[in-house]
Write a protein that binds this ligand. Structure first.
Ligand code: PA5
Length: 429
C-alpha cells in the first residue's frame, strides 16, 4: 500500500543539506528523549505508543455508544474547544463528502468552541424542533466556553425531553476521576469515556475525543487507527526518519529567518485539518518568545487573497503543501459550443487535473518568488492515510519542539486571557 511521504527538494534553493543535517542530529536526540521518556513534559507522552495499543474492545465500545446515540436523534452537538474540538472536526470534514451530513443522520454540529452569542441563539432555534443529543468533551471539565455551551444545551434538552431521556442522550468525555464534568456525569448517569491522564488535549485526537465524534459521523475509525498505528511502527520501530526530516527542515528554515510556516491544502475538506495542525504546533512550540508561527491557507481560494502576499510580500514565509494524489471523485469539465469563457481547451479534463496544475504552477511561482516549499504527499483522502498524517504530525511536533528547546506539552500562555476575562467578569476569588 502507498504511504504518506515527505518531499523537501523545493527547499534546497534556500537551505542546504548540511544545515538540515545539523538539525537532524538534534531531531534524533529529541526523538530519543520522547522514546526514553526524558523529554520535557514527559508526563504527557501517552500518545506516543497509543495507536498500536488501542484494543478491538475499545473500538467496539466507541462504535456502539455512537450507534446507540445516533439511533435516538437527528442531530448530535459535539461540545468542546481546542484539542477537545479540532481533531474531531478535522477528521469529520476530511473524511466525509462535503454535503454528506445533509443526506444522512445524525447531523454532527459543534458548539463550545467560541463565545459567539448569535451562534448559540441560532443553534438553539435549530435544535428546538429537532431531536438532538450532546457529546460534551472537556479534559479539565472546567473550560469556560464548553461549560457555558453545555449549560445552555443541557437545559434545552432537559426542557424538551425531560431529565431521564436527556441523560440517555448525553455522552461525556473527560478526565477519569477529576473535574466538574466527571462529577456531573456521575450524578446524572451519563455514558462516559475517560481521557487518559498522560495525553494532553491537542494530542488526544486518537482517543474517544476524536474517535467518538468521528464514529457519530459514520466514519470507519478502525481505518484511522490502523493508519496511525502503521505510522507509529514506521517511525518508532522501523527507524523511518520522516518526522525528523520534516522537523529538521522547518527548523533549518526557521534559523535562516523563515519564521512563518503556511500549511496549504487544495481541498476544502482539509481546512480543519490545517486548523488542527495550527493548534498542535502553535500551542506546542510558541513559548519563551520562540517558535515558527503556524499559519494556514486554502488554495486555490486564498490565491485570490493571500496569494499576492505570499508571492511578493515579506520573505519570511515557507509553505508546506498537503498534496493529495488520488481524489477519486471524477468531475469532468464540459465542452461548451459558444465557448464564451474560452475554456474549451479544458473540456474533457478532470477538475482535479486543473487543481493539480494550479498546485504545480503555484509551487513553481512561489519558489521562484522566494518561498521555500515542502510537501506532504498523501496517497488519498482515506481514514488510513489521515491516521498516518495525524500520528506523523504528533511525532514531528514533539521532535520539532525538542529541536527548538521548548516543552511541547504545556501551554502556560493560554492562562493570561482567562485571568483578565475572569477579573473583568467579577469572578469570586
Ligand atoms: O491542547 C490543549 O490542552 C488545549 O487546547 C485544550 O484542549 C483546550 O484548552 C480544552 O481544554 P479542556 O479539554 O480541558 O476543556
Amino acid at each position: 500500500m502507498k504511504q504518506l511521504n515527505f518531499d523537501y527538494s523545493a527547499a534546497l534553493d534556500f537551505i542546504n543539506e548540511e544545515e538540515i543535517d545539523a538539525r537532524r542530529k538534534e531531531g534524533a536526540a529529541a526523538l530519543a528523549a520522547l522514546i526514553n521518556g526524558t523529554a520535557p513534559g514527559n508526563e504527557y507522552l501517552g500518545w506516543l505508543r497509543l495507536p498500536a495499543t488501542i484494543t478491538p474492545g475499545e473500538v467496539d465500545r466507541v462504535t456502539s455508544v455512537a450507534e446507540s446515540l445516533a439511533q435516538r436523534v437527528e442531530v448530535v452537538v459535539v461540545i468542546g474547544i481546542g484539542g477537545s474540538y479540532l481533531g474531531a472536526k478535522a477528521l469529520i470534514d476530511a473524511l466525509s463528502g462535503s454535503f454528506d451530513d445533509l443526506a444522512r443522520p445524525p447531523r454532527v454540529l459543534f458548539a463550545g468552541h467560541h463565545l459567539g452569542e448569535e451562534y448559540h441563539a441560532s443553534l438553539e432555534r435549530y435544535l428546538e424542533h429537532r431531536s438532538f443529543g450532546i457529546c460534551v468533551i472537556s479534559k479539565s471539565g472546567t473550560t469556560t466556553e464548553p461549560a457555558i455551551a453545555f449549560r445552555l444545551l443541557r437545559a434545552l434538552l432537559e426542557r424538551k425531553v425531560g431529565k431521564t431521556e436527556a441523560a440517555r442522550r448525553v455522552v461525556a468525555i473527560t478526565d477519569e476521576h477529576r473535574g466538574a464534568l466527571r462529577v456531573l456525569a456521575g450524578r446524572e448517569g451519563y455514558n462516559t469515556f475517560a481521557i487518559p491522564d498522560n495525553i494532553g488535549g491537542r494530542y488526544s485526537v486518537l482517543t474517544p475525543v476524536g474517535l467518538l465524534p468521528a464514529a457519530l459521523a459514520g466514519l470507519d475509525i478502525r481505518a484511522i487507527i490502523d493508519g496511525a498505528a502503521a505510522m507509529q511502527r514506521r517511525s518508532l520501530d522501523d527507524g523511518n526518519a520522516m518526522a525528523i526530516d520534516y522537523a529538521a527542515t522547518r527548523n533549518a528554515l526557521y534559523r535562516k529567518g523563515y519564521t512563518t510556516e503556511i500549511t496549504v491544502n487544495y481541498s476544502p475538506r482539509l481546512h480543519y485539518l490545517v486548523e488542527w495542525w495550527k493548534q498542535l504546533y502553535g500551542e506546542s512550540e510558541g513559548k519563551e518568545h520562540r517558535g515558527i508561527f503556524p499559519a494556514g491557507a486554502d488554495f486555490s481560494t486564498d490565491l485570490h487573497s493571500l496569494g499576492q502576499y505570499i508571492q511578493e510580500g515579506r520573505r519570511d514565509l515557507f509553505e508546506t503543501v498537503i498534496s493529495v494524489e488520488n481524489t477519486g471523485h471524477p468531475v469532468v469539465v464540459p465542452a461548451d459550443e459558444a465557448n464564451l469563457d474560452n475554456l474549451n481547451f479544458l473540456a474533457g479534463k478532470r477538475l482535479d487535473e486543473v487543481n493539480k496544475m494550479a498546485e504545480q504552477g503555484t509551487r513553481a511561482a512561489h519558489v521562484s518568488g522566494g518561498v521555500p516549499n515542502l510537501r506532504l504527499l498523501l496517497p488519498a483522502l482515506t481514514g488510513y492515510h489521515l491516521g498516518e498524517l495525524i500520528y506523523f504530525h504528533e511525532l514531528a511536533c514533539g521532535v520539532s519542539a525538542g529541536i527548538l528547546g521548548v516543552n511541547a506539552f504545556d501551554q502556560p500562555g493560554v492562562e493570561a486571557y482567562k485571568k483578565n476575562m475572569f477579573a473583568l467578569l467579577g469572578k469570586p476569588s
